[in-house]
Design a protein around this ligand. Structure first.
Ligand code: ADP
Ligand code: MG
Length: 599
């Protein structure tokens, strides 16, 4: 299909080119502004640019990764301090090198400040970061910026030393920062930030280290803060501690939350507001500190309404786009119904037919073997000496009434219950006390009974994030098509929860684990979709090469999809083995007498 390949290559090139195009247009507009604006406004414009870069950084830690950090201007102070120091020491390379060094130094400090974030959340993390900001503020007043006592001004980059020139320079820095953030947001780190904001367990379960996701968010965010501070040092040439107070960090945070600073355009808008509001207040003869009150009120509004300005605007746009897409799908369906002979249904999309014979278990080394697994929640024994084996290349059904311990079993196997005792072997490896992340990387994957699919991602970004290996667009499209998921470009926020969980299954299958544990994957699907999923899962071991443990309530489905079966009841194994034998077991029949849900 050379034609399709050319189209794919073109769309890839376009995806790469358009952000660069936007950045270039921004730089050109900045150049025109630098010529056109009056002197005073040029100075204000540089302040807006530095604020925009700081807010861009805040957007990563607070917007994407969902943590509260109230010390962004402290990172800026670190950047400004390093630039001042390098200026005094006359470090070779000039301003650009000093600026980068300031960003890197702030990034390192960001990691140190981010360390408590590995244990703390919400208000506690906010207090720690604000405390750090206050402590640094006091220190800064003591040590001052290098060169400030002797009045040594920071040397601006060559060719950009006038205010107009420096404004143009700051626009270039903003464009570069914007591009870097754009690509980071769309890459693995960006996905990990959005995943960790939604669910830490969900993040760990796909083999992504939660610590790494949080620390990279802090590092990138702080580095941008450092660059912003470095730029400010070049702007004012003699920086003062009063530009970097905790109160200003607080106001900047509120502004970032209110505008939706994880969206690059909104970070720039926030930067403009940061300068514009106090300026307008000054013109109206109102003390500028009232600006903080205005930002605070807008922030409260954003927090209580649950959405921010940028997201609100985008939601309006997406609603229209979703409606258009739905209308197009309906039209295509109607068209297909009107001309059934013209549109040949693809093999994949044909109505699934479940074979009536039971699949036989494979022989050989088990993919997963569990011995004496016990889990206590206080006085309750949720799992009691559970032992079972999952044959390689098979689908094992795990059934039992609500509260039998099925989800607890999955949690314990995937490493989320450190109190679990017993032995779990994946292939030839004993898992012992291994973390969920490590287990996932070894080839043990699981899905969740509750929704843990981060809505901030597209289907494509999510599937690639979960797969944890290089996959081609064709591979992604194939697995999505196989499971009847929406196309790769779909936003996860725009689909229902049943579909999101189907995408979760498809993504984990694409990861090609050794064993995949599925905790009621069909919950939220219609009856037909449920049957279709069953038929697909039956094919997965042969097609993608893995063993599946399927928790499922529909016994008819279990009968046709699973070769082996384990029945749990009050945390104990009632029966385990080839499914026809298990279902014929008198103990099982007795336990399920009257369990209409099961029969
Ligand atoms: P199933 O998935 O089979 O419906 P679960 O594994 O969710 O059952 O639950 C098994 C038992 O363990 C239930 O009695 C449940 O109330 C209890 N349980 C599950 N998780 C916890 C927990 N985190 N703390 C206390 N009890 C729990
Ligand atoms: Mg459950």
């Amino acid at each position: 299909m050379p034609h399709a390949d050319a189209g794919l290559a073109r769309s890839r090139a376009l995806r790469l080119a358009w952000p660069i195009g936007v950045a270039v247009v921004g730089v050109v507009a900045g150049y025109l502004l630098s010529i056109g604006l009056s002197g005073y406004f040029v100075f204000l414009a540089v302040s807006a640019v530095t604020a925009a870069i700081a807010i861009l950084g805040l957007g990563i830690v607070t917007g994407s990764a969902g943590m509260i950090a109230l010390c962004q201007l402290t990172f800026a102070a670190v950047g400004a301090w390093v630039v001042s120091l390098f200026n005094v020491l006359e470090v070779p390379g000039g301003f650009v090198v000093w600026l980068i060094a300031g960003g890197l130094a702030a990034g390192v400090v960001g990691i140190l400040v981010g360390l408590p974030a590995l244990r703390l959340r919400g208000v506690n993390l906010a207090v720690v970061t604000l405390g750090f900001a206050a402590a640094f503020d006091v220190t800064l007043l003591q040590i001052q910026f290098p060169g400030s006592k002797d009045g040594i001004p920071v040397l601006r980059p060559e060719g950009f030393s006038t205010d107009r020139g420096y404004f143009f320079f700051s626009i270039i820095v903003l464009a570069v920062c914007g591009l870097v953030v754009f690509w980071l947001q769309r890459g693995r780190w960006g996905s990990s930030w959005k995943a960790v904001a939604f669910s830490e367990r969900g993040t760990a379960s796909v083999g992504q280290s939660v610590q790494q996701a949080k620390l990279t968010a802090f590092a990138v965010s702080a580095a941008l803060g450092g660059i912003s501070g470095g730029l400010l040092a070049g702007q004012v040439q003699l920086p003062f501690a009063s530009s970097f107070t905790p109160l200003q960090s607080l106001a900047l945070y509120v502004l970032a939350v209110m505008s939706g600073a994880y969206l690059i355009d909104m970070a720039i808008f926030g930067g403009i507001l940061w300068v514009l509001v106090p300026e307008l207040l000054k013109r109206w003869g109102v003390p500028q500190d009232w600006g903080f009150v205005i930002f605070g009120a807008l922030g409260v509004q954003a927090l209580t309404s649950g959405t921010n300005l940028g997201q609100g605007i985008r939601n309006l746009w997406w609603k229209r786009a979703d409606r258009r897409a739905a209308a197009a799908r309906e039209a295509a369906k109607a068209d297909a119904a009107a001309h059934p002979a013209v549109v040949e249904p693809p093999v994949e999309a044909s109505v699934p037919t479940l074979p009536t014979s039971a699949p036989r278990p494979a022989s050989g080394e088990p993919a997963l073997s569990v011995t004496g697994l016990t889990v206590r929640f206080g006085a309750l024994k949720a799992l009691d000496e559970v032992s079972l084996e999952v044959p390689a290349g098979s689908v094992m059904g795990l059934i039992g009434p609500n509260g039998a311990g099925k989800s607890t079993f999955v949690d314990a196997i995937s490493g989320f219950l450190p109190q679990a005792s017993g032995a779990v072997r994946l292939g030839g490896t004993t898992l012992g006390r291994m973390s969920p992340t490590k287990r996932a990387r070894l080839g043990l994957r699981r899905t969740f009974q509750q929704d843990r699919v981060p809505p901030a991602l597209t289907v494509d970004a999510y599937v690639r994030f979960v797969a944890r290996r290089r996959v081609t667009a064709e591979e992604v499209a194939e697995v999505l098509d196989f499971f009847g998921c929406p196309p790769a470009r779909t936003r996860l926020a725009g689909v229902d929860v049943g579909t999101r969980r189907l995408v979760e299954v498809a993504a984990n299958v694409l990861a090609r684990p050794r064993v995949l544990l599925l905790d009621e994957p069909a919950a939220g699907l219609s009856h037909e979709e449920h049957l279709e999923l069953g038929a697909r899962l039956r094919e997965v071991p042969a097609r993608y090469g893995m063993a599946i443990v399927l928790i499922e309530h529909d016994l008819d489905l279990v009968r046709t999809v699973c070769s082996t079966l384990t029945v749990l009841d009050f945390g104990r194994v009632l029966a385990s083995g080839p499914q026809d034998e298990v279902l014929a077991d008198p103990a099982v029949i007795k336990a399920y007498m009257g369990e209409t849900e099961m029969l």
